[in-house]
Design a binder for this molecule. Sequence first.
Ligand code: ATP
Ligand code: LTN
Length: 331
Amino acid sequence: MKTIYSAIQPSGIMTLGNYIGAVNNWRAMQSDAGNKCIFALADLHTITVRQRPEDLLKNSWSFYALLLAVGIDVSKSIVYMQSHVHQHSELAWLLNCYTYVGEMNRMTQFKDKSAKHSDNINMGLMDYPVLMAADILLYDTDLVPVGYDQLQHIEITRDIALRVNNIYGDVFKVPEGFIPKVGAKIMSLQDPESKMSKSDPNPNAVISCLDAPEVIMKKFKRAVTDSDTVIAYDPDNKAGISNLLRILAVTEGKSVEETVKSCEGLRYGDLKVRVGESVVEMLRPFQSEYARLINSMDYLAVCAKEGALKASDIAEKTLARFKSAIGFAAK
Ligand code: ATP
Ligand code: LTN
């Protein structure tokens, strides 16, 4: 049995990047009977950037419903909110004492977010990877499915786990990252050199998984490409077209090579329409399931509560094991 763990922040909107790079793979991994899957809404991570309370609350339930709408099944997987399981904060504190300030200072996401939120470079922003390490290590995780941008955080999680194990023996299982072959980095539709991000202020750059079909088509038609006319996969010189080809490959379930072949002779405009239609079709069942779930608040609350109970059972055992290894007196 392999334990799969991942999380997403309940902030902003769920983008096509989140869907393809992360949550759709979570669903796929859940259907393997050899996997035990645990998925969280990383709401404690979300407050590293200032949130309006009413938005955080609304987004938390919305993202919970989004995960179920993707096809994550609470009878097979544990789905919970991080803030409901207090062991995350406690382990993060302990791990802080085994993490160096210099390591955190070098994290790419910390540097990017500090530049973006220069008026609020709080300790939590710097400590973000340690909380993420706590999330992962609490569940004796084998694999962490994430998009490319999170790989550095998985590496530091491994470093911290190995460091603790070197001091105290085998306390933590050392996890591995799991990156999808295609789609680990979906790019912005307006600036194909940078990642499609849920906090991008330009709505044309980002497909929300809840965008109406006509909005999706319009955004793809406006996608930035290049002045050439030949459809070819060349991420360095044709970032926009290559991004569209990757999205099409995932939505049609083909390799990038097959996709390029099937687009031979098409014009850029035709490719944009084909990608748009393919994304609309992929999201159609998901959107109708979301519409049903978001009106079933009682059901969502029961699922989240059960998820938190199951998660804290596991988390408590790992936390107790580490506290005893450190030398804390038993209660
Ligand atoms: P932000 O950019 O605002 O920090 P985000 O869009 O990266 O947010 P997260 O909640 O931080 O969203 O990420 C959730 C998951 O989605 C992570 O596994 C992340 O790697 C993945 N992910 C995010 N953006 C993309 C993308 N453009 N392509 C592929 N995977 C992505
Ligand atoms: N930092 C992650 C979200 C996250 C996460 C985790 C992912 C929080 N805890 C544990 C995997 C495992 C992000 O996607 N921005």
